[in-house]
Design a protein around this ligand. Structure first.
Ligand SMILES: Cc1cc2nc3c(=O)[nH]c(=O)nc-3n(C[C@H](O)[C@H](O)[C@H](O)COP(=O)(O)OP(=O)(O)OC[C@H]3O[C@@H](n4cnc5c(N)ncnc54)[C@H](O)[C@@H]3O)c2cc1C
Length: 393
């Protein structure tokens, strides 16, 4: 692409940054990814990828490897129980329209990244590990952004993208301090051996707590559970496994065996959930933001990764068609913001319903789920797929 003749620098090699690097390098653009981690190291937990995320992975050529490593849930079946293990209802997630892609797949995060990194390597994307950006200068009238990396290296690029996550440094460089919002939720995660019979996604709705179980490979499954954690409490890493067990002590049924299996601190992860609420614009001049850096959501719809990949698909396509890089970035922001805001709002509502601490409200919520859970799923996906941003890309 001629307008990217000085190459592209992507800051952050997470899901968004790797996807964009693959797409641009695949179109012959010289891409450098600047990543803060000393070595690629990915959180030892799982991630769900719904059908729209799988469509994104298909479009970057890695779907066969993802299907091979992960675990697709047949018919997208999601079974709901209460905390005692009494069934509430079941729902089915849809396929992406016009595709036979699985409705949902679970995979280890490390596996997803391994597959993305292999594709980047095959496309000769340059990676600078253990590095961040020290300064950025996007002179008006010039034809390239000048960057200085923290190790003193000087670079220039036709486009710089901040894909550096919730606590984005690029976002601060562009817009000053826009702190992520503490949502008051905490997520507890762990990985276990998958019993052969466990082939569906499970969600258990407790009082002020939710606990999900999701296969992530033939051998493993992933437990992710949410609690209300106002005031951002600190939990001692050495006892996280015990704390997780205690937090969900009243959970029986399908969760019990996995809670009892928590024996080592390294088995449990705790994350305070933050959101990024950044009004438009998400870009300035030839420097833009994608993924969590621009619009991190609570994780209750499991759509953050898919939104990050879709950002990359839409942006790469707009760059291939547009003339002016700065105008393309502004148009990208306007095109993507409504869908990302829709996901953020839907996810927030689901989080609030799951965080209800009054026992009588929980009974009413579960009753409502019996009647409406499937139509809620259908409505969410109908609206998600009605956005034509990716289809137009
Ligand atoms: C508890 C939890 C569960 C979730 N579950 C799901 C799920 O099941 N499905 C789903 O789709 N989404 C899920 N998400 C959301 C999903 O993880 C994110 O939306 C997604 O990872 C965003 O990708 P990203 O590339 O924008 O950011 P990140 O994945 O955060 O990547 C950012 C990268 O930038 C690097 N970086 C940061 N700062 C700098 C810097 N200054 N310089 C250089 N590099 C830097 C980081 O090291 C990292 O590699 C979940 C989120 C949470 C918190």
């Amino acid at each position: 692409m001629k307008r990217l003749q000085h190459g592209v620098v992507i800051v952050g090699g997470g899901i968004a940054g790797c996807t964009l690097a693959i797409l641009l390098a695949g179109r012959g653009v010289a891409v450098t990814v600047v990543e803060r981690q000393r070595q690629w190291q990915f959180h030892g937990s799982g991630i769900f990828v719904y059908s729209n995320g799988l469509a994104a992975l298909q479009s970057i050529g890695v779907l066969p490897a993802i299907l091979d490593s992960g675990f697709a849930i047949a018919r997208g079946r999601n079974v709901y129980y209460d905390q005692r293990g009494e069934p509430i209802t079941e729902t089915f997630y849809p396929h992406a329209p016009g595709t036979a892609l699985p409705p949902i797949l679970g995979i280890r995060r490390a596996e997803l990244h391994r597959i993305l990194l292999e594709r980047m390597q095959a496309l000769q994307v340059r990676v600078r590990l253990d590095c961040t950006v020290a300064t950025l200068d996007d002179p008006a009238g010039g034809d390239a952004v000048r960057l200085q990396l923290a190790d003193g290296t000087a670079l220039q690029a036709s486009l710089v993208i901040g894909a550096d996550g919730v606590r984005s440094q690029l976002r601060s460089m562009l817009f000053g301090a826009v702190e992520p919002v503490d949502t008051g939720f905490g997520v507890w995660r762990s990985i276990h051996r998958r019993p052969a019979h466990l082939v569906d996604k499970i969600m258990m709705m407790g009082v002020g707590k939710r606990l999900g179980i999701m296969p992530i490979s033939d051998e493993q499954l992933y437990v992710y559970a949410t609690t209300n954690e106002p005031g951002h409490p600190f939990y001692e890493p050495a006892t996280l496994h015990r704390t997780m067990r205690e937090k969900f002590a009243e959970f029986e049924g399908p969760a019990r065996a996995f809670l009892d299996d928590l024996r080592e601190p390294t088995q449990a992860f705790y994350t305070a959930v933050e959101e990024v609420r950044l009004p438009l614009p998400w870009s300035r001049g030839r420097v833009g933001l994608i993924g969590d850096a621009a619009h991190a959501s609570t994780p209750f719809m499991g759509q953050g990764g898919a939104m990050a990949m879709e950002d990359s698909i839409v942006l790469a396509d707009m760059l291939a068609r547009g003339d002016d890089v700065a105008q393309t970035l502004s148009a990208f922001d306007v095109r993507r913001q409504p869908k990302c805001a829709f996901v953020q709002e839907a996810s927030r509502r689901v989080g609030e319903a799951g965080g209800t601490e009054s026992a009588s409200s929980c009974v009413a919520r579960n009753e409502r789920m019996r009647a409406h859970a499937q139509s809620d799923v259908d409505t969410f996906y109908r609206r998600l797929y009605a956005f034509d941003d990716v289809a137009a890309a």
